[in-house]
Design a protein around this ligand. Structure first.
Ligand code: ADP
Ligand code: MG
Length: 498
């Protein structure tokens, strides 16, 4: 008996030693892989570095490309498209006007009643719908029929408070936020798709003609009086509210900017000089690229696998469609190469675009002491449960790296535009006040991103100049702006030369 008991004790002791050895081995393994994960994070952070020196180089490169794009067609990655908007709304506009806003995730229809100088925007109403993903890569007829149908429903519900003078055709401003070569204020051809859209039969076609055909198919009696994009609309809407608005920047699904340029400073413009002497330029800055941009392996891979490889590089590191996806790629790498989430790579983490920017911003802005939101998101979206606080901190750190790079680069882009406009230095009469109308879901909802952008811009401009440059959220300016531009280019204006 005694022997047996001793034997059990010996086996028991051996087992304890064995378990202890296993724990130590696992700890060594996990501390080794933790170190590996941290090395990957650190390298990523370094590659994403945006020192002030680098940002100033990016801003200078933006200014240089703006000049090149204005000099000749195809002179730069920046298309610097002439918008044919040479008169922003004055406030005198009157009547009921419609707008359609198509440019990414959501699609909006709206109507406004304009009351002239005294009245301003008397009434406004809108309806919103998401674009079914299948329509983003189908045929132009399918996409435009869908839009025309939504518009038809909306027009049917026009209430009595909107006063449309009898016998007058309804007019519409179309905000179509993709690169378009304008041929006039109310016509233009699609250059290429961005932001996940890819409809081959539409490229090279006149956007207004396609919409007009769809409106006819759906029985909507309406004239398309202005074709703009979200930056032009935001500029117009912003200027209506505040005359100091001279720049508009969109940070939403994608990113772009527009500004007011002196018509003589556009060598490629061969038309008559507008009375105002000014022309709004749609920069299409999402396609900006420069050797100064801090690009990582993750960005290159994302680009190569995208629908538009080699294009929209600035957009792919700053805008809402891509930030969450960059984060996913880094998390996947630390999962694969450093077993960050255990021996198995979580399968959900392998799905492109599964981690969206709104979820990333919710994790980034998690203020709970145990990072509860991060834990819930990791579980709900990626099916990674039981993350440790240490792991969740790393996730937040990665969100911060990705968002900071994007926001700081967007600020550098704005500095580039201000430099081109000569608003980055003190003038004789003191600094000239410039208001930048900002819009887009990323800017609106991602507070960390917005704060970082605004702080960076002030830091780059220096205190004295920064006090005269104001960023202002122009809520839904793009839709209202398009309606305003439809009004200022109405077929019923007595003096069409205004
Ligand atoms: P679009 O650019 O498609 O016209 P929006 O301006 O509404 O539309 O921007 C939508 C984009 O904004 C989304 O694709 C997303 O990337 C980003 N976004 C929306 N909400 C948030 C949020 N809470 N945090 C961060 N980004 C957000
Ligand atoms: Mg938009």
């Amino acid at each position: 008996m005694g022997n047996v008991a001793v034997g059990v004790a010996v086996i028991g002791a051996a087992a304890v030693v064995g378990v202890a050895a296993l724990v130590v081995r696992q700890q060594m393994k996990s501390s080794g892989s933790w170190a590996r994960a941290m090395a990957i994070v650190k390298e990523f952070e370094e590659k994403c570095g945006t020192s002030d020196v680098k940002l100033k180089q990016v801003a200078d490169a933006m200014t240089v490309e703006m000049h090149a794009g204005l000099a000749s067609e195809g002179g730069s990655k920046l298309k610097m498209l002439i918008s044919f908007v040479d008169n922003l709304p004055t406030g005198d506009e009157k009547g009921v006007f419609y707008a359609l806003d198509l440019g990414g995730t959501n699609f909006r229809v709206l109507r406004v009643q304009l009351g002239g100088k005294e009245g301003g925007i008397v009434h406004q109403e809108f309806a919103e719908a998401s674009i079914p993903p299948a329509l983003m890569t189908g045929s132009s007829a399918a996409l435009f029929d869908y839009i025309a149908e939504k518009l038809a429903n909306f027009v049917d519900k026009e209430e009595k408070i909107f006063h449309q003078p009898p016998g007058r055709q309804r007019e519409l401003g179309f905000t179509f936020s993709f690169p378009v070569m304008q041929t006039s204020i109310d016509s233009g051809t699609l250059i290429r798709w961005t932001k996940g859209f890819s409809i081959d039969d539409m490229v090279g076609q006149d956007v207004v003609a396609e919409l007009t055909k769809a409106l006819q198919r759906k029985g909507v009696e309406m004239r398309v009086s202005a074709l703009v994009n979200d930056t032009i609309g935001t500029l117009a809407g912003g200027k209506y509210a505040n005359k100091d608005v001279d720049v508009a920047v969109i940070l939403g699904t994608g990113t772009n900017a527009a500004y007011v340029e002196h018509a003589q400073a556009i060598p490629k413009w061969h038309g008559p000089l507008p009375n105002s002497g000014e022309m709004v330029i749609n920069m299409e800055w999402g396609n900006f690229r420069s050797s100064h941009l801090p690009l990582t392996d993750y960005d290159h891979a994302l680009d190569v696998e995208s629908l538009n490889p080699g294009e929209q590089i600035f957009e792919k590191i700053t805008s809402g469609m891509y930030l969450g996806e960059i984060l996913r790629r880094v998390l996947l790498r630390i999962a694969e190469e450093a077993s960050f989430f255990g021996d198995d790579v979580p399968p959900k983490l392998k799905i492109p675009f599964v981690l969206r920017t709104p979820e990333m911003s919710a994790m980034h802005q998690d203020t709970s002491s145990d990072l509860r939101v991060v834990g819930v998101k990791m579980k709900d979206i990626l099916e990674i449960s039981n993350t440790s606080l240490k792991q969740r901190r790393v996730v937040v750190e990665l969100c911060n790296i990705v968002a900071t790079r994007g926001a700081r680069l967007a600020a550098a882009g704005i500095l580039g535009v201000l430099k081109k406009m000569g608003r980055d230095t003190l003038r004789d009469g003191g600094p000239e006040k410039t208001v930048i109308a900002m819009d887009g879901g990323l800017y609106e909802h991602y507070t960390e991103y917005r704060n970082c952008l605004e702080n960076t811009l002030s830091e780059l401009l220096g205190e004295e100049i920064a006090s005269s440059i104001v960023t202002e959220h122009s809520n839904d300016g793009s839709g209202i702006g398009a309606a305003l531009l439809a009004a200022s280019h109405s077929q019923y204006l007595e003096d069409k030369s205004r």
